[in-house]
Design a protein around this ligand. Structure first.
Ligand code: COA
Length: 257
């Protein structure tokens, strides 16, 4: 279990708390593995009625750890990030997220697979894959154009524009915007606890029905995106962009044809 993920149990509510604030909760392989283990265990545990994912009151996550991307890029669909995202996709219990501050890359992508998302006014949702020489992942190339329309999806997926908390609600990516991180987590927790008192099989059936029409298509898209993403991670464009982040400079793509 990674020390950077805290797994908290309060009756029927399981909270997964990212706990690596000095690195903006950037997600390492070990953190994905812990998140996957916790979600897989929650699925088997009849006592868990809802799951809440949060990064605390200041920052959701700076996305995948850039050093991991450079040094140990995922090579197959067995890697911890795939295990985590598939556990999220397969979770039959309601998953809620409380988001304050930045939610970069996979931090925003994972929200697309949650059932309810609460955001702080200072939240900044972004999917800067192209800026990093990468491409969309885990279904975002399917879900975002469908949800936002192609123009807004291009602003997010091609230009990497950041959305504020209020904009995330306006665009349908989040359920409600709250004044600050503490209020956001409190609202998400309060809502998650409502599920504890609801009929669990009815919740699970309803969640499955809502997701069923898109599920096969989503799994196919995720496979195609995953192959391309893993190739792109090894591309000179991505290596330039990721190295630039670690060297705190602007990437230079001028040499690429
Ligand atoms: N991977 C590794 N380290 C990360 C990180 C990431 N994804 N995101 C942030 N960090 C680290 C920084 O390197 C810095 O570490 P240091 O103090 O040892 O130098 C620390 O977290 C604080 O980040 P910093 O950039 O100084 O904070 P900020 O408040 O100016 O900006 C972000 C915060 C989240 C906006 C910025 O860090 C960012 O854009 N990160 C995203 C990186 C990225 O491209 N992620 C991949 C997405 S696919």
């Amino acid at each position: 279990m990674s020390e950077h993920v805290l797994v908290e149990r309060e009756g029927g509510l399981l909270t997964l708390r990212l706990n690596r604030l000095d690195k903006m909760n950037a997600l390492t392989r070990a953190m994905y593995a812990s998140l996957a283990d916790a979600l897989e265990a929650a699925e088997q545990d009849r006592g868990v009625r809802a799951v809440l994912i949060t990064g605390g009151p200041e920052c959701f996550t700076g996305g995948n750890d850039v050093n991991d991307f450079l040094q140990a890029p995922p090579s197959s669909t067995d890697s911890p990030v795939f295990r985590f995202m598939h556990a999220l996709l397969d979770c039959s219990k309601p998953v809620l997220a409380a988001v304050a501050g930045p939610a970069v890359g996979i931090g925003t992508t994972l929200l697309l697979h949650c059932d309810l998302v609460y955001v702080s006014r200072d939240a900044r949702l972004s999917t800067p894959f192209v800026n990093l020489g990468l491409c969309p992942e885990f279904g975002s190339s399917l879900i975002l154009p469908r949800l936002l329309g192609p123009m807004r999806a291009s602003r997010m997926l091609l230009l990497g524009e950041r959305l504020s908390g209020a904009q995330a609600v306006e665009w349908g990516l989040a359920s409600e915007v709250l004044d600050d991180g503490a209020a956001t987590e409190a609202r998400a927790r309060e809502t998650a606890l409502r599920f504890v008192d609801l009929a669990p099989a009815a919740v699970a059936d309803s969640k499955r029905l809502m997701r069923a029409p898109q599920r096969e298509e989503l799994l196919r898209v995720i496979e195609v995106e995953g192959e391309l993403f893993n190739q792109r991670l090894r591309s000179p464009e991505a290596i330039e962009a990721l190295s630039a982040f670690t060297q705190r400079r602007t990437p230079d793509f001028s040499r690429f044809a």
